[in-house]
Design a protein around this ligand. Structure first.
Ligand code: SF4
Length: 476
């Protein structure tokens, strides 16, 4: 997928002025946050499970080569194939080669962010294979020719009225009197269209929430059952997954599954949790003739042993973006690549470079909610700070910001001078702003005052107030 992360500021500006998008984004707050809070409150051992999930993933990352090889051995023993792909191009070519060998004209697809990462749909289309998205959200954005804006609710930026309009435009035989108002209407209409496509598809492509080393199984969780149809009805089932999805055992997968749905949608479990272990056996009633796992690295192995390794614990639950005030204000498209929100602000620069995505770690208020809700205890704010530092060290941050920081650090490393300068500045600003109690414009602070007023200081610095209160014996 082509990145526009460099344009984050412009993208965000557009998003803030898009009234329809702003209306659609209200769903993030009203749905996900409340549902998560309710289900988490109903599970007293949730914090212990978080620790257990973190420890499982840390163990895997410390022994990644061992578990990946074990997974491959078991997939092969079950009659399947594992394809190791270092780059998106290798992954795309591998999947196309499987489609061509099966003479596939159409493929059905379950939701997969890794497929978005490698730009799979465009590539298949250019090479004469039609991809059909089967997840309702993905189906909607495919009709609209848009990328997803959220990792578990790809069409969250679209209102119901817009979806109804899209269906009426694209489904040529749709009865004009048919009701298209509530989610069930859209699901029924999409299901009717998709059913015939499942049977016509030669290959089914899904992502994976987990890869299980001890059995060679892949696991997907869905709420619509589309993943099961996709992986069972094609002649070949292709799973595309990034290598950090591996867990050692079924028991480990079940521990993390208890965290996943609660953190994602606020359900205790997703409606379907489906395991695939190799192709159809002679005694099976149905299933694919071929089973392939395309394992993508795309820069992840380079994160091992760095300050960004913890990011590889991510289970793509989206809790961080559902609780992020910046995501709630600008939505997912503003981030300009596959992964939005706080997890995207760390993963995107890790995968496509800080030169391309350096704005994203700055798109944070550092309120810390992302880390507090992350089921894998990933220290997202800390990693964003590391990227800010890298951006600064590489000279990528704006000249004004660099000059301001250099000036501040000059004073901050000289405490007496710092106290004197802040006292003078605070006193002067306090006098100048006395009449209105605020500034509507200030030189060097235009970025702030162009969108909000700046309160005038009350004439004393924090240090002065602290000292005064201590001298009075009060709390500092
Ligand atoms: S960083 Fe944490 S909260 Fe965000 S998607 Fe990943 S696991 Fe979920």
């Amino acid at each position: 997928m082509q990145s526009t992360s460099r344009n984050f500021k412009d993208n965000a500006h557009k998003a803030l002025n898009d009234a329809t998008l702003q209306r659609a984004l209200l769903n993030v707050k009203s749905g996900f946050q409340e549902n998560r809070a309710r289900t988490v409150a109903g599970l007293p051992e949730f914090e212990q499970l978080r620790d257990a999930g973190r420890d499982i993933k840390n163990h895997v990352l410390a022994n990644l080569d061992f578990y990946l090889e074990r997974f491959e051995e078991n997939v092969t023993a079950n009659g399947g194939h594992v394809h190791w792909c270092r780059t998106p191009a290798e992954a795309r070519e591998t999947i196309l080669e499987i489609c061509k060998r099966r003479e596939a004209k159409t493929v059905t697809k379950g939701k997969s962010m890794v497929a978005e990462e490698i730009g799979l749909n465009d590539y298949l289309e250019k090479n004469g294979v039609e991809p059909i998205e089967t997840d309702l959200g993905e189906y909607i954005i495919q009709l609209r020719h848009e990328p997803p804006s959220h990792i578990i609710a790809p069409a969250i930026h679209v209102t119901r009225e817009q979806i109804a309009e899209d269906f009426r435009r694209e489904h040529k035989d749709l009865d004009p009197n048919r009701r298209l108002e509530i989610p069930q209407d859209f699901t029924d209409e999409a299901r009717a269209k998709l059913r015939e496509r499942y049977f016509a598809a030669d290959v089914g492509i899904t992502g994976a929430n987990f890869l299980i080393a001890e059995t060679g199984s892949t696991v997907i969780v869905t709420n619509e059952g589309n993943g099961d149809m996709t992986q069972l009805l094609g002649k070949a089932h292709v799973v595309i997954a990034s290598l950090e999805k591996i867990v050692p055992t079924l028991e480990d997968a079940s521990t993390i599954l208890r965290l996943l749905a609660r953190s994602a949608t606020g359900q205790e479990m997703s409606v379907y949790t489906s395991f695939s272990t190799g192709p159809r056996r002679s005694e099976d009633m149905d299933g694919p003739e071929e089973f392939h796992v395309v394992l993508l690295d795309n820069g992840r192995s380079a994160m091992l042993g760095t300050e960004f390794q913890d990011m590889l614990r991510c289970i793509r639950c989206a809790a961080c973006m559902n609780h992020c005030p910046v995501y709630a204000a600008v939505g997912g498209h503003a981030y300009g690549w596959v992964y939005p929100g706080p997890m995207g602000s760390v993963l995107t620069p890790s995968l496509i470079g800080v030169e391309e995505a350096g704005h994203l770690p700055n798109a944070s208020t550092f309120c810390g909610r992302c880390e507090s809700v992350c089921p894998m205890c990933i220290p997202l704010p800390k990693m964003m700070r590391h990227y800010r530092q890298r951006e600064f060290e590489k000279g990528l941050s704006p000249q004004k910001a660099r000059a301001g920081l250099s000036l501040w650090s000059y004073f901050a490393t000289r405490p007496k001078l710092y106290r004197l300068a802040t006292r003078l500045a605070s006193g002067l600003l306090g006098k100048l702003g006395k009449v209105n109690g605020r500034f509507t414009s200030l030189p060097l602070a235009g970025g702030w005052t162009s969108v909000r007023d700046m309160p005038a200081p009350e004439g004393k610095t924090f240090h002065d107030l602290y000292r005064e209160r201590q001298a009075k014996g009060g709390r500092a």
